[in-house]
Design a protein around this ligand. Structure first.
Ligand code: NI
Length: 258
C-alpha cells in the first residue's frame, strides 16, 4: 500500500522530542509523500527546512486565520520567497475560522487575508490548502470570487451538496482521522457523494488522531485508517483507496513526474 499524507504539521512542538525518528520511519510504513503546511511565516519556514531535509516531504506556506495576530498584509508578500522554493507545492494553510474568531472586525480582517492569499495562489498558479471551520458560506463565496484559483477543502466539513458544488468548480476535498469517529456521518456522506478522483486523505498531525488511536499524538502512519474508511464507503480494497488518493495528491500538487 502506498500512502500520501496531504496535510501534517511536523514543525509542531509535539514532535520536538522525536521528530527525526518519526519522520525517518515513515517510508518503511508505506508513507511515500507528506505535505507539511505552515500556519504563519515562522512555521512555513520550519516546514521548508524539513522539506529540504527529507526527500519525501513537501511543504506549503501561508497565514492561517488563527495566526493573524501581530501580522500585517505585508507578511503575505513575505511568503513569496517561500512559495518560489522548488519543494513548495501550495499556498496554505489559509481560510476562515469562525469557531475561534468571534469578533466581527477580526472575521472581516481574516477574510481580507484569505482573499489576498487566494489571489496570490492564482497569480503563482499554485493550489490552495483551505481551512474552513464554521465559515462555509463565506469561504465558498471567496473561493467563487477567484475562478482562477484551485485548491482543496482540508478536513472537509462541507455538506455533500456544497462539496459537490466546489468539486464542480474544480476543487478537491480531503479527509482526516475524524472520519473514523462515531459521529462522522456527515463526512461519510461527503465521501460517498464526491467522485473518488477528487478525494485526498490526510492526518492533520499531530491532531485528529483516528480510532483506535484516538487520544494519542497523530502521525502520517495512521493515514491508512482514513484510506480504510474511504475504502469501506466506496466499496474498494484499502490498497485501491490508498493508491487512488495517492495518485490524486500527486496530480493535485503537481508531483506526478517527481
Ligand atoms: Ni492543518
Amino acid at each position: 500500500m502506498r500512502l500520501f499524507d496531504s496535510h501534517a504539521h511536523y514543525y509542531d512542538e509535539k514532535f520536538a522530542p522525536d521528530r527525526e525518528a518519526v519522520l525517518s520511519a515513515l517510508p518503511a510504513a508505506g508513507v511515500e509523500r507528506v505535505v507539511c503546511p505552515g500556519c504563519d511565516l515562522e512555521s512555513s519556514r520550519q516546514s521548508m527546512a524539513l522539506a529540504e531535509r527529507y526527500p519525501f516531504l513537501y511543504f506549503a506556506a501561508g497565514l492561517h486565520p488563527e495566526n493573524l495576530e501581530g501580522t500585517t498584509l505585508d507578511d503575505i508578500d513575505a511568503l513569496r520567497p517561500l512559495l518560489a522554493h522548488p519543494k513548495c507545492v501550495a499556498v496554505g494553510e489559509i481560510g476562515l475560522d469562525y469557531y475561534w474568531l468571534k469578533d466581527p472586525g477580526e472575521r472581516q480582517r481574516s477574510r481580507l487575508y484569505f482573499d489576498r492569499q487566494l489571489s496570490l495562489a492564482e497569480e503563482l498558479d499554485l493550489p490552495a490548502i483551505v481551512h474552513d471551520r464554521d465559515a462555509h458560506r463565506d469561504v465558498m463565496d471567496l473561493v467563487k470570487a477567484h475562478p482562477g484559483a484551485r485548491g482543496v477543502f482540508h478536513c472537509c466539513a462541507l455538506s455533500a451538496e456544497d462539496a459537490l458544488t466546489m468539486v464542480n468548480l474544480g476543487w478537491y476535498v480531503s479527509f482526516t482521522g475524524n472520519v473514523t469517529f462515531k459521529n462522522a456521518r456527515r463526512a461519510l456522506e461527503v465521501m460517498a457523494a464526491v467522485p473518488l478522483e477528487r478525494i485526498m486523505i490526510e492526518t492533520d498531525s499531530p491532531y485528529m488522531t483516528p480510532e483506535p488511536y484516538r487520544g494519542k499524538r497523530n502521525d502520517s502512519r495512521y493515514v491508512n485508517r482514513v484510506a480504510e474508511t474511504l475504502a469501506q464507503v466506496k466499496g474498494l480494497s484499502p490498497e485501491e483507496a490508498a493508491e487512488a488518493t495517492c495518485q490524486n495528491a500527486l496530480r493535485f500538487f503537481g508531483l506526478e513526474d517527481k
